[in-house]
Ligand binder design. Structure first.
Ligand SMILES: NC(=O)c1ccc[n+]([C@@H]2O[C@H](COP(=O)([O-])OP(=O)(O)OC[C@H]3O[C@@H](n4cnc5c(N)ncnc54)[C@H](OP(=O)(O)O)[C@@H]3O)[C@@H](O)[C@H]2O)c1
Length: 332
């Protein structure tokens, strides 16, 4: 692949997030949307017209045969992530897969093993990791300015209209607040403290038996605590606080793709960091994938596969606490 040529992206599953991602691809100079695939011919044609995509397919398999494809972004519901990722990796096509990488640790292990066996790049689309203000919050923490972190508080909530068929409430599509949005507070806790040594969690359930609200408490090594919350029932601030021995880092709403953070030391505001960006915020993960592919890396140093495995393991342990099972995917 010539260093000058733009990276040719494909997208599988043309729903809501695919549109936002396609818009951000347009602002990344060394990327272009080369091919899209949908289960519907009309959808792929309309999407291709809107985003000026040269190749449109009415099946995911057909996209895999498209010449000059460099990488595929998987934007299907959670329950299809594993299957769709394996389809690509088995043909040695690099993959950026939406979160959660898989429905459970078994699926994520299978994805990681297949990537390794095929020497092919794979990354979970945990875009938070690449947002400039989020990276700043992590570097502030590492600088020691708030001292040792002792606890965090993070939430993600919005009022989702109840619809039994929509992805949020449909068990067959991996519905529930924990896997959809609770994954972000859990990700933050793991970034800061690593895996918990004890977990408490409580949930409320929809008539379709997925969690509409999940409250989580982690105990970590050396007594650190994470207080986490996700919900589809009400709009919450969707912000995060990292409390240290000497100060606090506040990641302003919405903390999973922040544009502002503030630093407090000894209870006093010290500095605000305003780091706005153009676009929807997916351009940073796109740039990371491009960078990794050009360097022939098989995983991102910032979002390695090990992080996806740990995330999946932790989400599964929370599910065990609240009794949330996905019978079609979970190996019981
Ligand atoms: N990173 C983020 O900020 C973010 C935000 C939202 C969602 N996500 C993730 O992205 C994934 C997709 O979310 P979304 O909100 O875009 O969902 P969505 O609007 O429902 O779109 C999902 C797409 O998947 C395809 N699909 C294939 N089989 C399907 C089935 N049986 N039922 C429904 N759709 C099916 C459909 O596209 P075709 O028919 O065109 O193939 C559908 O449009 C989820 O895993 C979610 O966690 C991430």
């Amino acid at each position: 692949m010539g260093i000058q040529r733009k990276m040719n992206w494909g997208i599988i599953g043309l729903g809501k997030i695919a549109r936002k991602f396609a818009a951000d691809l347009q602002i990344v100079p060394d990327a272009r949307l080369h091919a899209v695939a949908s289960t519907s011919r009309e959808r792929s044609t309309a999407f291709a017209q809107q985003f000026n995509v040269p190749h449109a397919f009415d099946s995911y398999q057909a996209l895999l045969e498209c010449p000059d494809l460099d990488v595929v972004y998987i934007a299907t519901p959670h329950t299809l992530h594993c299957e769709n990722t394996l389809m690509c990796l088995e043909r040695k096509i690099p993959v950026l897969c939406e979160k959660p990488a898989g429905m459970n640790p078994q699926e994520v292990h299978k994805m990681v093993t297949t990537a390794t066996l095929n020497h092919t790049f794979l990354m979970e689309a945990m875009w938070t990791q690449f947002i400039p203000a989020f990276k700043k919050s992590m570097s502030l923490l590492a600088s020691g300015v708030i001292g040792k972190p002792l606890s965090i508080k993070a939430d993600f909530g919005f009022a989702a209209p109840y619809n039994v068929d929509g992805r949020a409430f449909n068990k067959d599509l991996g519905g529930g607040s924990l896997l959809d949005i609770g994954i972000y507070p859990v990700f933050l806790a793991l970034e800061i403290f690593g895996q918990p040594i004890d977990i408490q969690a409580f949930a409320q359930f929809s008539p379709t038996a997925v969690d509409t609200t999940c409250a989580i408490l982690f105990k970590h090594e050396k007594g650190a605590l994470s207080m986490l919350h996700s919900t589809f029932t009400s709009l919450t601030n969707t912000e995060a606080y990292i409390y240290g021995e000497q100060g606090t880092i506040h990641i302003h709403p919405r903390f999973h793709h922040p544009e502002k953070i503030s630093l407090h030391v000894q209870g006093k505001p010290v500095k605000e960091f305003s780091m706005p960006y153009q676009g929807n915020g997916y351009q940073f993960e796109i740039e990371e994938v491009n960078r990794c592919l050009r360097k022939k890396l098989l995983e991102s140093p910032l979002m390695p596969l090990e992080k996806s495995v740990r995330l999946a393991e932790t989400l599964y342990k929370i599910r065990e606490k609240i009794g949330l099972v996905y019978p079609k995917q979970d190996v019981l």
